[in-house]
Design a protein around this ligand. Structure first.
Ligand SMILES: [Zn+2]
Length: 170
């Protein structure tokens, strides 16, 4: 947990989130349930990765069933981030927020950057990634490290590569 977005999350939701980032792969289904959000793997048009909307009085995340599981996990993280950070935007439209494959929604770009940063923290908690990098790979980033960490955290290699490059720059 490292991004400045974490600090913007209200209690008690921040505490719920913090309970889930101590072991990998992060249990996204249970996390969503504890936050009161339903997840539905759904048929969605090509080019759409996910959506979060208030349906009745239930927040529902839909993820595109045709995308890879690792991709679906990042999308769930991204939609959960919208839920935690941008609820008023979700509430202001019956369709909530719908994200393309580039995680663009027609909403301000700033909110998509925020959601992507928090999503990366949710699915690849920094302290866990650092620990695993050190203990299993001697702190050295190679192609094998990226692949090994991506498979442990059930994320795409591309996502883990970005995470590791941010970590090294930090
Ligand atoms: Zn988004």
């Amino acid at each position: 947990m490292a991004s400045k977005e974490i600090a913007k999350i209200d209690q008690p939701e921040r505490s719920i989130l913090e309970r889930y980032v101590s072991e990998y792969p992060v249990k996204l289904g249970k996390l969503a349930k504890d936050l009161g959000v339903a997840i539905k793997v759904s048929s969605m048009p090509t080019g759409i990765s996910g959506q979060i909307a208030l349906e009745g009085n239930q927040y529902v995340i839909r993820v595109n069933r045709n995308e890879a599981r690792e991709r679906q996990r990042f999308t769930i993280g991204h939609e959960l981030a919208h839920f935690l950070l941008h609820r008023s935007i979700i509430d202001s439209s019956p369709e909530g927020i719908t994200d393309t494959v580039l995680y663009r929604s027609g909403k301000p770009e700033r909110i998509e950057y925020e959601a992507n940063r928090l999503a990366a923290d949710i699915v690849m908690p920094i302290s866990l990634v650092e620990k695993e990098l050190r203990e299993s790979f001697g702190g050295i980033v190679t192609e094998d490290t990226i692949e090994g960490l991506a498979s442990r955290f059930e994320v795409s290699k591309a996502a883990m590569e970005i995470k590791l490059s941010n970590l090294i720059e930090a």
